[in-house]
Design a protein. Structure first.
Length: 453
């Protein structure tokens, strides 16, 4: 069934993925590699047009859980071997991983000591920097301790520092230069394995037969019969669950959250400096900086610019949405001034433009900022949700997680009783897929320190 065919056409597939962002495209690729006939449906006009296109696409490893660190570390090896992961020839049309390194300032609530323990277990290389090293390795940075983050209008915002910060540096971190192209790469690889993509198609119903999923119905009146449906709808995933009448047994909720990422000119010399933190002498932008002390993160954006995002400090208003389609896609002056002024506090040479520049997107946020990769109480209906804001980096592995879950559960395995495990082919890490369960226990106030593009 292709775009433009008559209404009421009914076709079959072995699996339908709803959502053509980076997660949905990765899931489609891995399911197609198992020999399944895969159809991907999205109401937008193309691959990665939703929250993927607003991602900062940062590749880093500082999570507060073993399975979070292990997943990110294994996924980095996929990005570093992107053409190999896709199974295609290297070419100019592929997104590129930029290995710039990442710096996590060791603010009191950064969890640095716990992260180091997990890094050592996973084999993630790292360096511990004091304030003097931070100054020498990142010219222009102010290592003062100003936290916790405060609103811009708080009288204490411009108070002087109380001591100085060091940092945790991971040389193998970085960012993907074009997140939407990366999603398109995955979709092209999936199509090369037989997957079909249908755009401008809205799902309006989930079909059932004998108490299990049997297909989806589209707004044009057509239907696709299938024994397997994967909800990878990003910010629309909660609504799709409700459409399917699933989720009553979930202990973890998801909500759409509007979030802004701003772009500004980098301070003179920073964006073009040779990265002394790399083994190569190649001139690359400076590292990603995660600054929970002031509540921002920064990464190079090419052509002498920086992307500045928020780590969502407790003092900031959270812009939860009932309907992702109502999101204002333009940056607002108030949020722009707050985030960029915080960044300028850390990098005094940074100039603050008079007019906000950047983009606003919608995150698909789980209660504990950790994703849900699991089955549901409707047999054949799976979810890859709660992913936005932290899981772009893990997309290559998420596809394999879902393919593993579908293969084993459809063959009769009880994942709820005996959680499946995945062993990374590049690093050998063992990841408990039960960590991403829809039924996991979320302690009050828990978070995975996982916000950052």
């Amino acid at each position: 069934m292709r775009v433009g065919e008559p209404d009421a056409v009914q076709s079959g597939a072995d699996a339908v993925v709803v959502g053509a962002g980076v997660i949905g495209a990765a899931v489609a690729l891995e399911l197609a590699r198992t020999g399944r006939r895969v159809v991907v449906v999205d109401k937008s006009g193309g691959v990665g047009h939703g929250s993927t296109s607003a991602s900062s696409a940062i590749i880093r490893f500082n999570y507060s859980t073993w399975d979070g660190v292990a997943t990110a570390w294994e996924s980095q090896h996929c990005w570093a071997r992107w053409a190999q992961h896709l199974g295609t020839a290297r070419g100019s049309a592929l997104a590129a991983f930029r290995r710039t390194g990442a710096v996590l300032l060791d603010a009191p609530d950064s969890g640095t000591s716990e992260v180091i323990t997990l890094f050592e277990r996973a084999g993630v290389p790292y360096e511990c920097w004091d304030a003097a090293t931070l100054r020498s390795r990142i010219p222009g940075i102010d290592p003062g301790r100003y936290g916790p983050p405060k609103p811009l209008r708080d009288e204490a915002f411009f108070s002087g520092p109380e001591g100085e910060l060091g940092a945790l540096f991971t040389p193998d971190a970085g960012f993907v230069d074009d997140p939407q192209l990366a999603a398109q790469n995955l979709a092209d690889a999936a199509a090369g394995n037989g997957a079909r993509f249908l755009f401008h198609r809205k799902v309006v119903g989930v079909l059932r037969h004998d108490d299990r999923v049997s297909g989806i119905r589209l707004a044009d009146g057509s239907a696709i019969t299938t024994p397997v449906v994967i909800n990878a709808a990003g910010p629309w995933s909660g609504a799709f669950n409700r459409l399917a009448d699933v989720g009553a047994e979930f202990t973890v909720g998801v909500r759409p959250l509007r979030q802004e990422v701003h772009q500004v000119a980098a301070p003179a010399g920073q964006a073009e400096r040779a990265a002394s933190c790399r083994d190569s002498a190649e001139s690359v932008p400076g590292p990603v900086v995660a600054d929970v002390d002031l509540g921002t993160y920064l990464r190079p954006a090419g052509a002498g610019h920086l992307l500045i995002g928020s780590t969502l400090p407790a003092c900031d208003h959270m812009d939860w949405l009932d309907d992702p389609d109502t999101c204002n896609p333009h940056p607002t002056p108030a949020r722009f001034d707050t985030q960029v002024t915080r960044a300028a506090r850390r990098f005094p040479p940074l100039r603050i433009p008079n007019r906000p520049t950047g983009i606003a997107g919608v995150y698909d946020v789980a209660d504990d900022w950790s994703p849900i990769y699991d089955r549901t109480d409707l047999p054949g209906f799976y979810v890859a949700m709660g992913t936005s804001g932290n899981q772009f980096k893990n997309a290559p592995l998420v596809g394999r997680f879902l393919a593993t879950l579908v293969d084993r559960i459809e063959a009769g395995h009880d994942h709820d009783r005996d959680p499946l495990r995945y062993t990374g082919e590049h690093t050998g890490v063992v990841i408990d897929l039960g960590a991403f369960s829809r039924r996991r226990q979320v302690p009050e106030g828990a978070a995975s320190r996982s916000v950052m593009g």
